[in-house]
Ligand binder design. Structure first.
Ligand code: GLY
Length: 386
């Protein structure tokens, strides 16, 4: 028996939200497209909270990434409408805004600095006293010392987003190969597709590596072309607000407690997501007592009433971290192999703009001007002149 062989214009390795949006957009442009993934629609999005937090997750030194994050946040309304129209599936896209609060004097000083930084960049955020924060969100702890109201940072349900992208890709004619990629194939220093675990050969003119945290270890990719992507573990909890329960939170609420981010994301369906740890532990996805304890302890400091709620799920996932926390979008050092990976904390937020950028690259051979700073070439070592 010969292994089966298929030929495509585009093969996307990885069927998470980044791989699926790339495949959907490619197929819309009439490219014969396939996705290889043992469980498409899964990946980090199955764990993620789905905050679209361009302004509240702003970090010093990440202004270039901020521009891309804001561009993608602006794309969300039309992207969500298009995806919902195409599939009939809702995404849980909720324009609810975010409140970032301070629990003590040090947090308050840090948040004040962040506010000044946001204002210096022309971003919309409003300083509120503790009393104003509690008027907005009565479940907040009485000790809250102040906060930032950011009405432009919204949320989407990543599981529903992944399900809709999978459906949209199938409707657009994307072939799904539900198997792991054993290796990327190369012929004369050019990527020519991939071989699956069962021996199936998927030949492609262009191969897109969108394998999330695994992108940096895919067999067959020569060392010099492997993206510097590493797994960054995040543990997360899901609580449920029982039907008929008093209104709990109307928007995402977050804080930095003892140096760690804690956020509470309330969904319309009664789910309350509490996240997330950030741990450099390689491929470990164990949910630990310590991780759950820290999240509940910090969340309880923010919103004491949440200990009444049923805890329905604990989960850990792996963010695809990159050295500068920004994605790698563009050509790799191996001809025929493109990268859409390294989205770290911003995969859900960057999904719409990543689809646009990758579609442009696949059809024209170059990325839009706005995506140039995210070229994988920024991590390629330059030869030093002798
Ligand atoms: N963006 C939220 C997280 O990575 O935890």
């Amino acid at each position: 028996m010969h292994p089966s062989r298929h030929r495509y214009d585009v093969l996307v390795v990885g069927g998470g939200i980044i791989g699926l949006v790339t495949a959907w957009r490619a197929a819309q442009r009439r490219l014969r497209t396939a996705v290889a993934d043992p469980a498409p629609g899964g990946g980090a999005a199955h764990v993620a909270a789905g905050m679209l937090a361009a302004v509240t997750e702003l970090q010093y030194g990440e202004q270039t990434l901020l521009d891309l994050n804001l561009a993608s946040a602006r794309r969300y309304p039309s992207f969500a409408a298009e995806l919902e129209d195409a599939t009939g599936l809702g995404l849980g896209y909720r324009r609810c805004g975010t409140l970032a609060v301070a629990l003590d004097a040090d947090d308050r000083a840090d948040l004040r600095e962040l506010h000044a930084f946001q204002e210096s960049l022309g971003l919309r955020s409003e300083w509120l006293s503790g009393r104003e924060c509690r008027r907005l969100e009565p479940m907040l702890a009485p000790g809250v010392r102040g906060g930032l109201r950011v009405d432009g940072d919204h949320q989407v349900d990543p599981r529903r987003l992944a399900a809709a992208l999978l459906r949209a890709a199938e409707l657009a004619g994307v072939a799904l190969h539900r198997s792991s990629v054993a290796r990327i194939e190369t012929v004369r220093d050019r990527a020519t597709g991939a071989v699956l675990d069962d021996g199936t050969v998927l030949a492609a003119e262009q191969t897109v590596l969108a394998a999330g945290s695994r992108s940096g270890v895919l067999p067959g990719v020569p060392e010099h072309a492997l993206p510097p992507v590493r797994p960054v573990k995040g543990q997360i909890l899901r609580l449920r607000i029982p039907p008929g329960y008093a209104p709990f939170l109307s928007r995402t609420v977050r804080a930095v407690v003892r140096g760690g981010h804690v956020y509470l994301v309330p969904r319309e369906n009664g789910e309350l997501v509490v996240g997330a740890t950030s741990e450099e532990l390689g491929w470990d996805t164990t949910v630990t007592a310590g991780g759950v304890y820290e999240l509940l302890r910090d969340a309880h400091e923010l919103v004491p009433g949440l200990t009444e709620l049923p805890l329905v799920e604990t989960l850990a996932g792996l963010r695809p971290g990159s050295p500068d926390n920004a994605p790698l979008l563009g050509r790799s050092a191996l001809p025929g192999l493109l990268l859409a990976t390294g989205h770290h904390r911003n995969g859900v937020l960057l999904t719409p703009v990543t689809g646009d950028i990758m579609a442009e690259l696949l059809t024209t051979g170059s990325v839009p001007e706005s995506a140039r700073p995210f070229s994988p070439a920024r991590f390629t070592l330059q030869e030093q002149p002798a």
